[in-house]
Ligand binder design. Structure first.
Ligand code: AMP
Length: 250
């Protein structure tokens, strides 16, 4: 069984970004693999360790630096990588439908049995791509996975939903998007980082697989409003008065 794992390169979650009207300023900013994608790679590696899958292929769509996320996935245990290259901004111009179209084309080209993805990219927070890949391939999907079991070609997935946990199952092939509690990714060891450098990495220009649709125009990007400082009040009466007169809560 072959698994395609989609990994996106995003701004590191520990970075305080500079927001400009035209988007986040990426100049000199530390980038990293999207945390939910790292969880997806870890899950693929665990499935391979249990001998449930034979091959893990990591794919990213984005500029040349995206190769760093692929090398990270290879160091964690992916066998091969595919870099679909474009210089367009992947947090703005390359949108979920574009990514989904490309992933669906790769699935058709290479015959994967499972696509593992992050539930969401932490830069654009779309939470759309996995669902679109499943739609385009007409495959079943399980989103927000916190547990995955595969037995005899059937995937059983525990999903994190508002009311608790929902268990679903479907016959593979299918798409699964990974949530935070699915696993704790391992650290890449130095020997594995070295080994990753010689694993196969195929590069394909995006134009060979599709085109960008620009179906969504981002009209403005704003930083969240600055939080005003708190104050300690003398007693409950003053608190109520402030809530009524200043915060106008009632
Ligand atoms: P999103 O729908 O943008 O929140 O992204 C959900 C998931 O789609 C991510 O966690 C990745 O697995 C995948 N994805 C999105 N954009 C890319 C990209 N440029 N390259 C590879 N995978 C991507």
């Amino acid at each position: 069984m072959k698994v395609l794992v989609a990994v996106k390169r995003v701004v590191d979650s520990g970075i305080k970004v500079r927001v400009k009207p035209e988007g986040i300023d990426l100049q000199g900013v530390k980038m990293t693999i999207n945390p939910f994608c790292e969880i997806a790679v870890e899950e693929a590696v665990r499935l391979k360790e249990k001998k449930l899958i034979a091959e893990i292929v990591a794919v990213t769509i984005g500029p040349k630096q995206g190769a760093e996320s692929l090398r990270h996935a290879l160091a964690l245990g992916a066998d091969k990588a595919i870099h679909v290259t474009t210089e367009a901004r992947i947090d703005q111009t390359v949108q979920p439908l574009d990514v989904a179209n490309i992933l669906a084309k790769l699935v058709e080209r290479d015959n994967y049995n499972l696509v593992l993805m992050g539930k969401q990219s932490i830069d654009d927070d779309f939470n759309q791509t996995g669902q679109m890949v499943a739609g385009l391939l007409d495959w079943p999907q399980a989103t927000f996975a916190s547990n995955i079991q595969i037995t005899d070609g059937i995937a059983q997935v525990v999903r994190e939903i508002d009311g608790g946990l929902q268990t679903v199952k479907f016959k593979l092939p299918g798409v699964i998007t990974c949530d935070l509690r699915l696993n704790q990714p391992r650290f890449a060891s130095v020997p594995n980082i070295m080994k990753a450098k010689s694993k196969p990495l195929e590069t394909i220009p995006l134009e060979k697989l599709g085109k960008l649709h620009n179906s969504i125009q981002i009209t403005k990007t704003e930083a969240p409003s600055i939080r005003k400082g708190g104050a300690i009040v003398e007693n409950v009466d003053v608190l109520l008065q402030k809530l009524r007169n200043e915060a106008k809560l009632f």
